[in-house]
Design a protein around this ligand. Structure first.
Ligand code: 3AT
Ligand code: MN
Ligand code: MN
Length: 547
């Protein structure tokens, strides 16, 4: 591709090539990204290729088997084909070492979606390379999750309206979506969106370094999370892609600098588009605020480039947008100093000081008595937490409601008498332990024994109790001069509490026997010590950094 080609909805802002200073800064940036351990080894890269090769063979074998089941003669069953595509960070070429491999399996119309979750699932179960095999058939995008030779795979599927899926089949033609099940459209579009982003970026190597930088920055600054109302990987990729279109010849350091400055000044809710929206063959909505009132609610619209285009950021609220704009401002200032040699790239990646930033916090604690229940319950509470933010930010006294992107997972070993307290969010600190993200390792009894705080003969009486605490930082209006001495400035969160409790309890997942939900206020000085960067001895391990 010609680097100067106009790929966006406007001409580029500047075509100037990088300065020596910018090139040197880009070198420094690359070194810094390597220091954070972001890049995988050659060995790991090769392993991914081998796994993808095996998955492709597996898909063809799967289509063959189902074809035979349906009575196809051998030759036709072999010709039916089947193919895999990748999407997500791996497809964009910005995946970290250890990242998952997002893979789409495409098959012809005589194979049904159900076959993927039965026949394919069983074939995977047979493979010695496969561990931790699970599936979520009723998700918005149904998926098989597994580790294949140690690499985490998100395996989604699409049944196309064709008799054969040859190896040279492409997904770029909009007509491929005709007569597809909605779930298939969503699965195919994960891949089509990533492909389009790459097609619309003029300088892919610089795009990749800039995007890796922005993703690391967003994680460290705690603004990387679609569920919590910030942006997810696809949205960050689209923003960086737009900057690449505007500066097609810039190197990564310059792109990162422009990114922060342009995003800080952006006239939201003007949308970020990578190309003009297309009409297509489906009876589905394409994002259009002139036509659809709900699209006008989007605070920070970033629109996917593959038909049918959608807003990737409908979760953004006034508060989360304000927080991100403030972070863009900070990012621009820091990078400006980096380019002047006054600061280091590591300064850009300084961790968010969320737990030191507010006087008042709201704690939302989801708890239960088993790991299985806890995973489901926490997932549900997390997915609904934005509703609290929306309710809080319309309250008169609240300026900003700031959700932290991760919940804090803990296990508490409690006696039967301590259960009542535990359900109210009061735990014995000497028997409380951090759980690593994603893991539900539960055997901390040894540690309790070692500590000597709890005598051996009593250990039989304690059982694990799991809690996940989400934090919302509250910026509350100060007393104003007009307030008389009797003016009530008390923040009343009772109704928010009640509505949220109702909302999460009124679901299929909720089980009154095992699951509890509590909302509590916490002043800054009442926050657990481990959140403030002080180590509590028995908490032992400091949580590993998630980046
Ligand atoms: P990582 O390197 O994996 O952290 P990523 O951008 O690959 O970054 P994911 O693997 O989480 O992130 O997601 C890849 C794509 O899968 C992005 C989106 O098209 C789709 N996807 C992810 N989560 C969901 C979801 N909850 N619902 C629908 N689609 C999703
Ligand atoms: Mn991924
Ligand atoms: Mn994934």
């Amino acid at each position: 591709q010609e680097p100067t080609q106009n790929l966006g909805v406007t001409p580029p802002i500047s075509l100037v090539p990088p300065t020596d200073q910018e090139l040197k800064s880009t070198d420094d940036l690359l070194k810094t990204l390597h220091d954070y351990g972001l890049f995988e080894t050659e060995h790991e890269a090769q392993k991914r290729m081998i796994v993808l090769g095996k998955l492709d063979k597996l898909v063809k074998d799967f289509v063959y088997r189902v074809s035979k089941m349906k009575g196809f003669p051998d030759a036709l069953a072999k010709e039916a084909g089947g193919k895999i595509f990748t999407f997500g960070s791996y497809r964009l070429g910005v995946h970290n070492s250890g990242a998952d491999l997002d893979t789409l399996c495409v098959f012809p119309k005589h194979v049904e979606r159900e076959h993927f979750f039965t026949v394919m699932y069983d074939m995977l179960k047979e493979r010695p390379e496969v561990t931790e095999l699970t599936s979520v058939v009723d998700a918005y995008v149904p998926v098989i999750n597994m580790n294949f030779s140690g690499i985490p795979i998100d395996f989604v599927c699409a049944r196309l309206g064709v008799a054969r899926v040859p190896d040279d089949l492409e997904l770029s033609d909009n007509n491929i979506l005709k007569n597809l099940d909605d779930r298939c459209v969503r699965s195919v579009n994960g891949s089509r969106v990533t492909d389009e982003i790459l097609r619309l970026v003029p300088n892919i190597p610089s795009f990749r370094i800039a995007l890796r930088t922005i993703k690391l920055w967003a994680k460290r600054r705690a603004v990387y999370s679609n569920v919590m109302g910030f942006l997810g990987g696809v949205a960050w990729a689209m923003l960086v892609a737009r900057i690449c279109q505007l500066y097609p010849n810039a190197c990564a350091a310059a792109l990162v600098n422009r990114f922060f400055r342009i995003m800080f000044q952006w006239k939201w809710p003007q949308p970020v588009l990578l190309k003009h929206l297309e009409d297509g063959p489906l009876q589905v909505r394409v994002w259009n605020p002139k036509l659809y009132p709900s699209d006008r609610n989007h605070r920070m619209p970033i629109i996917t480039p593959a038909y049918p285009s959608m807003c990737a950021t409908h979760n953004v609220t006034n508060s989360t947008r304000t927080i991100m704009i403030k972070e863009f401002d900070r990012g621009g200032t820091v990078v400006g100093d980096v380019l002047l040699g006054k600061k280091q790239w590591t300064d850009l990646f300084e961790k968010s000081d969320f737990f030191h930033s507010y006087k008042n916090y709201l704690q939302v604690i989801a708890s239960s008595t088993s790991t299985e229940a806890q995973l489901k319950w926490t997932g549900l509470v997390k997915s609904k937490l934005r509703q609290i933010i929306s309710k809080l930010e319309v309250m008169e006294l609240i300026i900003l409601a700031h959700p932290y992107i991760n919940g804090m997972d803990k296990v508490h070993y409690i006696t039967a008498e301590e259960k009542d307290n535990a359900t109210r969010g009061i735990y014995p600190l000497d028997r409380t332990f951090d759980l690593e993200e994603g893991s539900m390792e539960t055997d901390f009894l040894e540690k309790i024994k070692e500590s000597g705080v709890w005598p051996d003969d009593k250990i039989a009486e304690i059982s694990p109790f799991y809690s996940t605490t989400f934090y919302i930082g509250l910026s509350v209006q100060r007393k104003s001069k007009e307030d008389g001495p009797k003016t009530k400035r008390q923040l009343d969160l009772k109704s928010v509490n009640q509505e949220f409790t109702q909302l999460v309890k009124n679901t299929d997942i909720y089980d009154a026997e095992t699951m509890k939900i509590v909302m509590k206020n916490a002043k800054a000085k009442e926050l657990p010590a481990d959140l403030l960067g002080q180590q509590n001895q028995l908490h032992g391990t400091v949580k590993a950094d998630d980046t």
